[in-house]
Write a protein that binds this ligand. Structure first.
Ligand SMILES: Nc1ncnc2c1ncn2[C@@H]1O[C@H](COP(=O)(O)OP(=O)(O)OP(=O)(O)O)[C@@H](O)[C@H]1O
Length: 277
């Protein structure tokens, strides 16, 4: 059984179509990233999957259940890290995490979660005194304390400094290694590349490409750029067979600053969403 199955999902707000027929399948234990520009329909799609938003049409199964008709038991198997920070500003970090501990049938230990999220040193600090990135870590802690089978991460590392982002990536990898299915929404393509087994690019409410970070949008077959400097000056060549180009160049005589550049995920993404000519 797939953790998430979506067929023909549609949602409009008044006359504005936010999701225009999305199909999606996420396997158990997969880390799946949803990419797309602002307003593409990512949050609307994930909120429908989380059971927080009605849909206009389409079939949706999350852990085998229609989220529109889900019960408490289903909800306990889902972890959610929303874009908005929590608002229990007067409580300390530990008190906040402990409160959520009580909501779940089989939670992780409070101290374990604080440690996993790098919050042990801030355990006695009030939420209101935390920095933006530290608050975000509390959101993540609350999302994972229930030991979810499926975790929704909506732009989880916004506001994180580079070191904390790396720590968070390690946390996601360890959750994935335990078998947690993860649906990640992010604007950071390096994050999708580092974490996702598969990803989909959504634009104007439709999925425009799906694949692994290596293959999406024909990335693995796209031409590479070979650049070098020789006696005639700098050169650049786009080719689908860069190995052959390099072999031919080296047979011709001395070259310097030889570089082979494959299209990055960002190059492919920008092409897919039509952001480049
Ligand atoms: N509650 C709402 N009422 C009316 N329109 C909405 C509502 N929520 C979203 N929309 C519209 O639906 C479309 C999709 O929005 P959505 O928030 O799903 O996009 P997104 O891909 O998550 O964007 P972002 O990257 O900015 O978070 C947008 O045009 C947005 O203006």
């Amino acid at each position: 059984m797939n953790a998430i199955e979506v067929r023909g999902l549609r949602k409009s707000y008044g006359g504005n179509t936010a999701v225009a027929g999305v199909d999606l399948a996420v396997g158990e234990g997969e880390v799946f990233a949803l990419l797309g520009p602002n307003g593409a329909g990512k949050t609307t799609t994930t909120e429908i999957l989380e059971g927080y938003r009605d849909r206009d049409g389409g079939e949706v199964r999350v852990l085998g259940v229609d989220p529109a008709a889900a019960d408490r038991r289903w909800r306990a198997e889902i972890g959610i890290v929303l874009q908005t920070a929590n608002d229990a500003a007067d409580l300390t970090v530990r008190e906040t995490v402990r409160q959520f501990f009580g909501y779940y049938p089989d939670p992780r230990g409070v101290e374990e979660v604080l440690a996993l999220c790098g919050l042990t040193e801030k355990a006695n600090a009030r939420i209101s005194s935390l920095s933006g990135g530290q608050r975000r870590r509390v959101d993540v802690a609350l999302g994972i304390i229930g030991r979810p089978r499926l975790l929704f991460l909506d732009e989880p590392t916004t506001g994180f400094d580079p070191e904390v982002r790396r720590q968070f990536w390690d946390l996601v990898r360890s959750l994935a290694a335990e078998g947690t299915t993860i649906l990640l929404t992010t604007h950071y393509l390096d994050e999708a590349e580092a974490l996702a087994d598969r990803l989909a690019v959504i634009a104007a409410g439709r999925i425009v490409a799906e694949g692994t970070p290596r293959t999406v949008g024909g990335r693995d077959r796209a031409p590479a750029t070979v650049s070098w400097v020789d006696a005639g000056g700098p050169h650049e060549l786009r080719t689908t067979d860069p190995v052959r180009t390099v072999v031919e160049l080296s047979a011709r005589g001395p070259v310097h600053e030889l570089q082979v550049r494959r299209p990055s995920l960002e190059d492919i993404y920008l092409d897919l969403i039509g952001a480049r000519a």
